[in-house]
Structures are given as structure tokens and as C-alpha cells.
Design a protein around this ligand. Structure first.
Ligand code: HEM
Ligand code: HEM
Length: 163
């Protein structure tokens, strides 16, 4: 893996598209949760745009994150900021790794629950939604810490492409 100066236009676009999709998954989950309750009670479902949106949005996240990881493996990512302490570098690395992991596990568990009717997968989906949200919270706190405490303009990495 190489070490570029910054993220590419494509990496930045994918970061923000996936961000919007994930926000929508959380904000508009109600239709899917209600549909799942109906399925669990043995009822039948008609077409629901919210259910279709949750499935398509989630599958899209899975596809785009896979693409993102492929680009990261071939092109690489910029090194951590120099002024970051070794401990903070480790935390940032763990949080980024965790975000990637749960951006994959969330849609996978949803697909297994919805298309396979697997109850434990739905329970895992429900638990993981809290873990992903906590990681996003830590990630945003980290970005704000860099921006306003360390004042190293880290946010610019996800605004300005390096190629
Ligand atoms: C990154 C992708 C995804 C995110 C962030 C996400 C998020 C959520 C959230 C916040 C809930 C509400 C949980 C609750 O009511 O406590 C939920 C429920 C659900 N989602 Fe997803 N979802 C994603 C992908 C998917 C996919 C791809 C599918 C299926 C193809 C799916 C199927 C379901 C089902 C069946 C439920 C109801 C069961 C439950 O409450 O655990 N999800 N999802
Ligand atoms: C759903 C929400 C989000 C997810 C899942 C997410 C995920 C990620 C991941 C996985 C990386 C690492 C990229 C890599 O090195 O391959 C990253 C980098 C970054 N994200 Fe996010 N992000 C989210 C929201 C945000 C928000 C709201 C901000 C701004 C407040 C932000 C700012 C950044 C910045 C500045 C970087 C570059 C960090 C660095 O190079 O050290 N992200 N994001």
C-alpha cells in the first residue's frame, strides 16, 4: 500500500455519500422496524417504500464500502497527522477500523435477518446499530478535537482532494 498526501476525489465523494446513506438508515428506520414486527408475528406485508428504501440504502452502503476498501488497498490513505500522540494514533486507527467493520456487519446482518428470516441476525443488527452510532460519535468528536483544539485543519482532508 502506498502513502499518498491526502484522499482522492473518489475517496472523499464515497465518504460523504456513505455518510448521508447511513444518516438516512437511522432517521428512516421506523418503517423497517414495524415491518419486522409484522413478520415476527406471522403477518403478511404489502409494498412499503420505507422498507424498500432501507434494503436498497443498506445494500448500497455495503457495495460502496467494499469499493472504498478496494481503493484504500490499492491507493492507500494519508498518514496520521504528525502532531497526534502515539496513543491517539492508535485510537484513530481502531475507530476507523471499527467503522469499516460495522459498515459491513450492519448490512450483512440486516440481509440475513430480512431475506433469511433469521431472528438472531435481527437481534445482532439491533445491538450493532448502537455500536456503529457510538463509533460515529467518537469519530466526529475526534474530527472536532483536531479542528478546534489541535487546530491542524484535519477536516480539509475530507474536503480537498489530493489528486
Ligand atoms: C449500514 C446499513 C444499515 C443501517 C445503518 C441500518 C440501521 C437500522 C436501524 C437503526 C434499525 C432500527 C433498529 C431498532 O428498531 O432497534 C434497523 C432495523 C432493521 N434493519 Fe437495518 N440498517 C442497515 C442495513 C440493513 C439492510 C441491508 C437490511 C436488509 C436487507 C436491514 C434490515 C433491517 C431489519 C429487518 C430491521 C428490523 C429488525 C431490527 O429491529 O433489528 N438493514 N436498521
Ligand atoms: C456515518 C458517519 C461516518 C462514517 C461511517 C465515517 C467513516 C470514516 C472512515 C472509515 C474514515 C477513514 C478513512 C480511511 O482512512 O480510509 C474517515 C475519515 C475521516 N472522516 Fe469520517 N465518517 C463519518 C462521518 C464523518 C463526519 C460527520 C465528519 C466531520 C465532522 C468526518 C470527518 C472525517 C475526516 C476529517 C476524516 C479523515 C481522518 C484522517 O485522515 O485521519 N466523518 N471517516
Amino acid at each position: 500500500m502506498t502513502t499518498p498526501n491526502g484522499y482522492s476525489r473518489r475517496q472523499i465523494a464515497l465518504h460523504w455519500i456513505v455518510f448521508v446513506l447511513i444518516v438516512l438508515q437511522y432517521v428512516l428506520h421506523e418503517g423497517m422496524s414495524e415491518a419486522w414486527d409484522v413478520v415476527e408475528d406471522g403477518g403478511s406485508l404489502g409494498f412499503s417504500p420505507l422498507v424498500a428504501g432501507h434494503v436498497i440504502g443498506g445494500v448500497l452502503v455495503l457495495a460502496l464500502v467494499t469499493w472504498r476498501l478496494q481503493i484504500r488497498a490499492s491507493r492507500g490513505a494519508p498518514p496520521p497527522p504528525e502532531e497526534e500522540s502515539p496513543a491517539l494514533k492508535l485510537v484513530a486507527k481502531a475507530v476507523h477500523g471499527g467503522l469499516y467493520l460495522f459498515m459491513i456487519l450492519m448490512p450483512l446482518s440486516g440481509i440475513i435477518a430480512w431475506f433469511g428470516g433469521v431472528e438472531p441476525a435481527a437481534e445482532a443488527h439491533e445491538v450493532m446499530r448502537v455500536v456503529l452510532l457510538a463509533l460515529v460519535g467518537l469519530h466526529v468528536a475526534g474530527a472536532l478535537y483536531h479542528q478546534f483544539v489541535l487546530r491542524n485543519d484535519l477536516m480539509n482532508r475530507m474536503r480537498q482532494a489530493a489528486d
